[in-house]
Design a protein around this ligand. Sequence first.
Ligand SMILES: [Zn+2]
Length: 171
Amino acid sequence: MTRQIYRDPGAGAIEFGKQYVIGHKEFDLLSMSRLLDGDLHDPTDKRVKRCDYCGYFWRDDSLRNTRKTCSEECKRGIRTLQRRQQRADQELLNPNPKPKKRTLMDDYVYWLEYPYWGDEYSMLKVGWKYEVPHKASTIDYIEAKNELYGEGNRVKPKRVIDYHGDNRDDF
Ligand SMILES: [Zn+2]
């Protein structure tokens, strides 16, 4: 038999353990080890199982009794482990991935106190999208339209004005 691995107990495991601990003055270390070994609960109860992540017993109250972890935290934890494993496998199978294609944006040194472009061509090609050189009148026009319609070219939904102070106009 392999040694059981325990992590911080999840909410479901704690909820399950409570019923044996709270209100039982005689609960001691021996009872604890029996709880962990699964000797305290009814072994025929198929809903009581070990959480795949934290390793403690818990009771699955889901409709189809198909959950593997006792709580959302444990589910998240096991996903993290799976992702880590996937990344490690990926690294092993493909140790030298193709280097990322260079983009014009790579010439923008943004992480210093004063950001600057390392290449003029990239600056002209990318920069104009963010700092469009408009006339003042054009900017006024854009601002006015933004006021009216909001940003992103989306027309604000028409508001229904309630004339009577109640919802009798809805029908
Ligand atoms: Zn758990």
